[in-house]
Design a protein around this ligand. Sequence first.
Ligand code: ATP
Ligand code: I4P
Length: 306
Amino acid sequence: MLRFPEHQVAGHKAIEGKLGPLIDDYGNFYKPLQSKGRGSNEVACYKFFNSDPRVPNNISQRYIPNFHGTKVLNASDGSGLHPHLVLEDVVSCYSNPSVIDVKIGSRTWYPESSDAYVSKCLKKDRESSSITLGFRISGLKFVSCSLKENDSLSWQPDKEFLQNLSAEDVKLVLSKFVSCNFSSNDDAVSLRPDRAFVNEVFGGSNGILEQLLELKQWFEVQTIYHFYSSSVLMVCDRESVMNGKSSGGVVKLIDFAHVVDAKGSIDHNFLGGLCSLIKFISDILDSPLDYENNCIFNGNGTEDEQ
Ligand SMILES: Nc1ncnc2c1ncn2[C@@H]1O[C@H](COP(=O)(O)OP(=O)(O)OP(=O)(O)O)[C@@H](O)[C@H]1O
Ligand SMILES: O=P(O)(O)O[C@@H]1[C@@H](O)[C@H](OP(=O)(O)O)[C@@H](OP(=O)(O)O)[C@H](O)[C@H]1OP(=O)(O)O
């Protein structure tokens, strides 16, 4: 039985009669091929990552979701049969994952985009943290550890909220990804993050920071593709970490609709954004309390002095 992916945090969604991804009980994530060549571009990329020896094994096996070809399925929008990419559902092995989708790059439009497309992307890049930080948080769903009755267990702010985050807000949101101390939607933006899992999830030899650094090493040399508008998806499951079942978090590279031929040059746009994200995560690991002592998040994308 196919269903809407309950842990999907960004992108086109299979809700309100729209075309979006579906999942099954066997760990598959079915992403509909998008129109205007985006779907076929993505299929070509996944095929390439699966088979081309120029992509090192540590990159293709660890950071790219497994690809199982394409399958024609009934589309979520009721329009009939539609081809879908069959991907590994990278959150299927977790019961309550926290997920954050970070769109990398200060520029999300690809070369040869139409003027209208450039304007659309540039507007979003300017309004969000993309231009200033080299990345933006496209979506998230964080699960708290609260076992109190009536407490909401997850925080999934809307798109408008995420679109307006300052650098400090981004730091706080990333801190919340590794924290335990929020229990309702409102608390989620007003409490100081306790960073209960910062070392387990961001730190350590298997943690997210190390994974991002490994990805960065590849981007420092790869001249095959430029990844416009692609995301780094970061996942952690607090229960598994607490029970010692899983170490750290998981990093995956997703969304290859606008990946283009690099023509032999480094992808500075992606590399720059990745370095910036790495810096944010290193800072959170290295100086856990420096900014939390000075401000709290008031939920409006601004800070209040304490
Ligand atoms: N392989 C996967 N396993 C689990 N979840 C996934 C996977 N791929 C994508 N997702 C979920 O779906 C969301 C959207 O993915 P993706 O960016 O590929 O879609 P999109 O519709 O192309 O996005 P956009 O509208 O930004 O172009 C991600 O934020 C993530 O929550
Ligand atoms: O609707 P489209 O043409 O698929 O374009 C989507 C766009 O609608 C979507 O924005 P929003 O409507 O959700 O605000 C973009 O998401 P971001 O806000 O994360 O940029 C998609 O990236 C667009 O897809 P594409 O970039 O392939 O044109």
